[in-house]
Design a protein around this ligand. Sequence first.
Ligand code: NDP
Length: 295
Amino acid sequence: MTTARIIDGKAIAEALRSDIARAVASLKSSSGVTPGLAVVLVGEDPASHVYVRNKAKQTAEAGMLSFEHRLPADTPEKDILALVARLNADDRVDGILVQLPLPKHIDAKKVIETIDPAKDVDGFHPVNAGRLAIGEQALVPCTPAGCLILAKSVSPKLTGMDAVIVGRSNIVGKPMAQLLLAEDCTVTIAHSRTRNLPEVVGRADLVIAAVGRPEMIEGDWIKPGAIVIDVGINRVPAGSGKSKLVGDVSYAAAATRAAAITPVPGGVGPMTIACLLRNTFQAACGRRHLTAPPS
Ligand code: NDP
């Protein structure tokens, strides 16, 4: 029996996108600036194409300019670097996002480090990662930023909570830890070498699961009353040749113990693009020293 409150990421993302659209309209009328987001997609990865299409649609719906650069999989690295340099210099472009994964012959690190940190709306550039780590204003990676909004929708103050993040990637786990530290949580980052993961997860008032393993976190690991944010997106067989998406948490069982839990799909996923739009707005204001972005 589900007793947990289901955190409706779709509705929260929609509300955030409406706030951003209003802020964009007011920025346009007060300063004549229309924020612009450029997305670079290299190759034919079908999931990336769907994702980029959604980004372009939601960017336009927020009243921003959307620039798309779709390049063949065999594009030489130097051409990608040259394109990023052109986008850095283009004043209509406030945010640059290079869709990952990139084909193997392209060094993603080199590409990310070529993006102007002021336009780095994915927040992956070492300058933004460093600023986040030392508590300075930064462009924050979109998925952990979205997770934080979802957690705060349940409990606006997270101070003193024991937070356990499972996963230590640069795009989710590590920046998530920085964000929760800044909220005065006591943060544990677990990973594949963590001993006794069920016991570690069982201590958490707030669990962030970012592993990429279907339903790996079992329901009875969850402390009763915890908040559970499930970042995982895993496609699994659903019988008769069909498939479905599940998270990293065993949802049905966890929902009988948690106070609140995000579903998959419809939890963290929709927040990622909304936070990307927020970052683009923040970059447009930041580059021009204009009014503060919406929070
Ligand atoms: P990575 O593969 O980069 O990182 C996975 C992390 O999980 C690693 O730190 C790894 O540990 C840890 N891990 C793997 N196995 C175990 C285990 N048995 N026990 C404990 N920890 C383990 O993944 P990402 O961070 O990029 O993504 C994680 C998930 O989130 C994926 O399902 C991805 O699809 C999803 N995702 C969803 C997004 C969204 O918008 N909703 C956006 C980004 C990601 P170690 O470091 O020791 O190897």
